[in-house]
Structures are given as C-alpha cells and as structure tokens.
Design a protein around this ligand. Structure first.
Ligand code: PNS
Length: 159
C-alpha cells in the first residue's frame, strides 16, 4: 500500500491544484494534503492555515479517504511522522522544474522520494499568486478556482 503526501501553500487552492489532487488520489492508496504553515519569505499568505485547510476540505468532498492537514518544519519529517512513502507534486511548466527538482533531490537525499505529475495543459499558466493579483486589480477568474474559493477571494481582496 502506497501512501502519498501532496504538500503546498494552497493560498488558496485552485482548479490546477484540484486536478493534481484528483489524479494523485487515483494513483495512490492514500493521499494526505499537507498545507504549509510557513509561507516562504516571498509569499505572505492571504488566508490563514485553518482557512486554507477548510477551503481544500470544501472542494474535495468527492474524493474518498483524502486527509487534509497542516505541517511545519521539514516536509520529510512530516512524511515520516505520517508514514508517507512518497511526495507528489504538480509541475506546470519548465519554469517550475528547476526549483521542484532541487527540492525533490534534497528530499530524496533525506529519505523521501518525489513523483511529479504534469499539470493538465488548461491549468499550466495558473498560480494562486497570479489569481490574487488579477482579483486585486479587478479582473475575472471564473473557471480557474472552485466557486466557493472565488467567493472567498472576492470577499477578501476586492475593494
Ligand atoms: O505551494 P508551494 O510553494 O509549491 O509549496 C512549497 C512547499 C511548502 C512544498 C515547500 O516549500 C516545502 O516543502 N517546505 C517545507 C520545508 C522543507 O522541507 N524544506 C526543504 C525542502 S527541500
């Protein structure tokens, strides 16, 4: 039985994330979505960890056996604590590859392998950061996030 961990900031979850989560859930026996409690220096979180977990929970009710939780510290320590055999990450484009490869190789060195899933082409340009920018500047994001996420983004960002 293979248990996988899909980590990320998910600030907020997009249809691109959801696509990777749905496909990963079909590939592995168990899947844990691990929401990072520590956004990187370049990414200040718009939603709290609890809100990000709640939003993922709301849009993944159709996926059986999925667990959504948060983690702090090293991802490999979380994987060991949760008995995850593998990390699964979506890759959108070549631009993602360098950084993801670096992390995957460091995590492999620390004992946990990574499997990359190519993002479906219709979501290859999609990122949470870009969505937040578009909403802040009055643009339209229908179809790029689940409707409940769209509502929360608009409430939070639209002046
Ligand atoms: O949504 P993101 O930005 O792709 O998520 C990045 C995340 C949270 C998966 C990554 O920054 C991470 O694994 N952080 C945990 C700290 C850690 O283990 N760092 C060493 C990675 S080699």
């Amino acid at each position: 039985m293979t248990k996988a961990c899909c980590p990320g900031s998910f600030d907020p979850v997009t249809n691109g994330h959801l696509d990777v989560i749905e496909r990963a859930a079909r590939l592995f026996d168990e899947l844990i979505i691990a929401v990072s409690e520590e956004p990187t220096q370049t990414k200040l979180a718009l939603f709290t960890t609890e809100e990000r977990i709640e939003l993922i929970g709301e849009v993944t009710t159709h996926i059986d056996g999925l667990k959504v939780t948060s983690f702090g510290g090293l991802l490999v320590d979380f994987c060991r604590e949760m008995d995850c055999d593998v990390i699964v990450k979506g890759i959108r484009a070549v631009s993602d590859f360098d950084y993801e490869m670096q992390m995957a190789q460091m995590n492999a060195r620390m004992g946990v392998p990574t499997v990359f899933l190519p993002t479906s082409p219709e979501y290859s340009y999609l990122s949470s950061s870009l969505l937040k920018q578009v909403v802040t500047l009055g643009g339209e994001i229908t179809g790029l996030v689940p409707s409940t996420v769209e509502k929360r983004l608009l409430e939070r960002l639209k002046k």
